[in-house]
Design a protein around this ligand. Structure first.
Ligand SMILES: [Zn+2]
Length: 123
């Protein structure tokens, strides 16, 4: 990436380590031209699957909508904002894991079906 100080197109990585419980990479970079150092964080961009609403309509997963709903529901309860953020990330991870599990299930079904078909064809 370009140097944020002088705009030079080449910077080198001088240090790289895991951050954020291992879900992020933190890199220390140095500009080849001006010698300034800066830090970048790299993390996976999760594209969460759509939600199916009660009326069967689908809508994209919306973190701020979820947060707003939780805030209304917990308004009169002594729940810290830290706990709410933790809950939101747990919901997101659960949502993602469910989707991966479902995809794997249908993949396995398809593979089983294909192997049965193959057997019938060749036996
Ligand atoms: Zn620079």
């Amino acid at each position: 990436m370009y140097c944020p100080f002088c705009g030079h197109q080449e910077t080198k990585v001088v240090d790289s380590r895991l951050a954020g419980d291992g879900y992020q990479t933190r890199r220390r970079r140095e500009c080849i031209a001006c010698g300034e150092r800066f830090t970048t964080f790299e993390s996976a961009e999760l594209v969460l699957p759509k939600l199916i609403k009660r009326d069967e309509s689908r809508e994209p997963f919306n973190e701020s909508k979820l947060r707003a709903g939780i805030l209304v529901a917990t308004e009169k309860r002594p729940i810290s904002s830290e706990s709410i953020e933790e809950l939101i990330s747990r919901i997101e991870i659960h949502h993602l894991q469910q989707t991966v599990a479902l995809k794997f299930q249908s993949f396995r079904k398809k593979m089983n079906h294909e192997s049965v078909t193959t057997k019938r064809t060749y036996v």
